[in-house]
Design a protein around this ligand. Structure first.
Ligand code: MN
Ligand code: MN
Length: 298
């Protein structure tokens, strides 16, 4: 049990260090793909593995954008960038995020709203707290800044090799009286929006995870499926991870087969329903304890 906590702490600490590294390299005119690669290289060099692909979601996109294999997007002045990343060590995952405004200071209140909501929520993370109490604090802090929490996105319990485990941590009081117990690991991720506080399903994101594994006949598809199972187990991965190993036509062919057969699930991008609005996010992974242990703090 104690060994488990030690590994959670190691993964969390590296996730925190990686977040701070990432914060420094996001700048105007820099390429998304370069940033994602540098961050993922940093994780590997320090002895971890990405718990999921680095997510770089801009402005009204709340979540689930990872660079494509040949992505040419660059950061522009004024962009509100959500950098969300994960580190896993032996399946123990630290999940953390922050928001940066590129080259301007016009939306610092929006950024502060999700950050303060997270800090206030963390104070409640002791054994016996109900998840709706966390949601209540998140939503009241964000509302006090004049923004809306995003209600259809939530934090989550984290288990070994399971990024989104069965308990949801809401961003508003949803009346869920599930009680958190000592030794649970959860991620809290408040989103503050200048829009209506709801996301919709957008374009495909090129983030995938194994959904319903079953045998496949085709040799190319089988080769890629074997690689996915060995390399990522049940954790999310990006299409670009595959094109580093296999040719683009092979990857396209296998992914489309695997998705059609329900073996893989592809996450959609999650833009706010209100076009043109701005969204900020902050996230930490926390070990329920008295006092709470913020695993991804540095
Ligand atoms: Mn995250
Ligand atoms: Mn998360």
């Amino acid at each position: 049990m104690n060994n488990e906590l030690e590994t959670w702490k190691k993964a969390g600490k590296l996730a925190g260090e990686t977040r701070e590294f990432g914060k420094e390299i996001i700048k105007e005119n820099v390429n998304f793909l370069d940033v994602a690669r540098k961050i993922e290289d940093f994780i590997i060099k320090k002895g971890g593995k990405p718990g999921f692909p680095v997510q770089i979601s801009i402005n009204d996109i709340a979540a689930h954008y990872t660079p494509l294999p040949e992505d040419t997007s660059i950061f522009k002045k004024g962009d509100i960038v959500k950098l969300d990343l994960g580190v896993h060590i032996d399946g123990y995952i630290g999940d953390t995020a922050l928001t940066i405004e590129v080259g301007t200071n016009k939306n610092q209140d929006l950024i502060k709203a999700s950050k303060e909501a997270l800090n206030e929520a963390i104070k409640l993370c002791k054994p016996g707290v109900k998840v709706c109490e966390i949601g209540e604090v998140v939503s009241s802090v964000i509302s006090s800044f004049g923004f809306n929490p995003i209600k259809n996105l939530s934090g989550h319990k984290v288990d070994r090799y399971i990024l989104h485990s069965y308990i949801s941590i809401p961003n508003f009081n949803n009346n869920d009286k599930t009680i958190l117990k000592e030794g649970m690991t959860i991620a809290i991720e408040p989103f503050a929006s200048t829009g209506i506080g709801l996301v919709k399903e957008g374009k495909p994101s090129s983030n995938y995870r194994l959904h319903n594994p079953k045998p496949v006949r085709d040799i190319i598809t089988r080769e890629i499926l074997n690689f996915i199972q060995k390399e990522f187990v049940t954790l999310p991965f990006a299409k670009r991870y595959l094109t580093e190993k296999f040719s683009m036509p092979k990857v396209n062919f296998a992914l489309s087969n695997l998705e059609k057969q329900g073996i893989l699930y592809q996450y959609p991008q999650l833009p706010e329903k209100q076009e043109g609005c701005l969204v900020s996010q902050h996230e930490h992974t926390i070990y329920i304890n008295d006092p709470p242990i913020v695993l991804t703090k540095i």
